[in-house]
Ligand binder design. Sequence first.
Ligand SMILES: Nc1ncnc2c1ncn2[C@@H]1O[C@H](COP(=O)(O)OP(=O)(O)OP(=O)(O)O)[C@@H](O)[C@H]1O
Ligand SMILES: [Mg+2]
Length: 342
Amino acid sequence: MSSIIKILPDHVINKIAAGEVVERPASVVKELIENAIDAGATEVFIDIEKAGTRLIRVTDNGSGMSKEDARTAFLRHATSKISDDADLEAIRTMGFRGEALSSIASVSHVRMLTATPGSSSGVMVEIEAGNVKSLADAGAPRGASFEISHLFYNTPARLKFLKSAATEFSHILAAVSRQAMAHPSIGFRLTHNKKPVLDLPLSMSVKERAFQLYGNEITENVMLFSGGRDNVHIHGLIGRPAYSRADRTYQDFYVNRRAVKNASLTHGLYSAYGDMLMRGRHPVGFIFIDIDPALVDVNVHPAKAEVLFRNQSQIHDLLRDVIREGLRAHGMPVISTPEATG
Ligand SMILES: Nc1ncnc2c1ncn2[C@@H]1O[C@H](COP(=O)(O)OP(=O)(O)OP(=O)(O)O)[C@@H](O)[C@H]1O
Ligand SMILES: [Mg+2]
């Protein structure tokens, strides 16, 4: 019998990967900001048109790329962040797979302008559906600027599943806000259809960044906390129990500055509050877990939105205890009953 199995061509492989990495315009924004952070940027500008369906532009003042790297960056599995499997055990950067740019480029048109510090000239690359259309020297400031247009033009199913512009933009705003909370020392600016939406100068602390993002009401109702042990430091802002909310809008967990969803961490937070929260109400919390990267696996989710702790229940208990201690330190009547761990 003749064989029926074949290896897919690269452009199909890239499109399949893109299906996982690039769910909606906000995913592109998230990946490009992560790259800017990894490049050491101190300023990131994000300009969006038509909720990202017409244009997503992310400009940073980071390390930039050489001409050679500007081309290589868009290839699948091309990364400067890890070089062998041992590196996977201790990831300190936001990116590590070398998949984001190749995925984005396979479902859009990309124009990138970049220059390294001190170089006499920069470079401009144009890519359509993953194919390089042009690569030429061009004047550019230090850093990198990515313009993504025609997103999902060659994946009509994905385009059809996009929600209204208001919903898609709210996802973009949430993605930018999460990155901004995690990196107060980076300045962010976000515009939509040329109108300013966020202007966050670099700030000194998480609390100051929370104020820039969410204003007085949230900032007045949160308390700083911090604690931990050995290789784990847990800190951030937690809401006064009396200031609970009807949803989880102001509740984010960050593991080594990466925004993640993790049911056990969420459970730890709620157990810390215990009876202080009314049924169906949610505490505000911006919670940072800084942990030895060897103790957490970040390579478990296609959009890097989840992590796996080597010792999940210890982290749960530690988080609960540190937050309880934080509440107690601020004069809240915490009751420390032993509970099942999540
Ligand atoms: N804004 C930027 N400034 C400088 N270099 C960049 C920038 N964006 C991307 N690069 C370079 O291009 C490479 C590929 O980026 P890409 O996002 O595809 O992969 P990654 O960040 O290494 O991993 P991941 O797929 O997990 O994001 C990066 O490793 C980096 O060397
Ligand atoms: Mg990346």
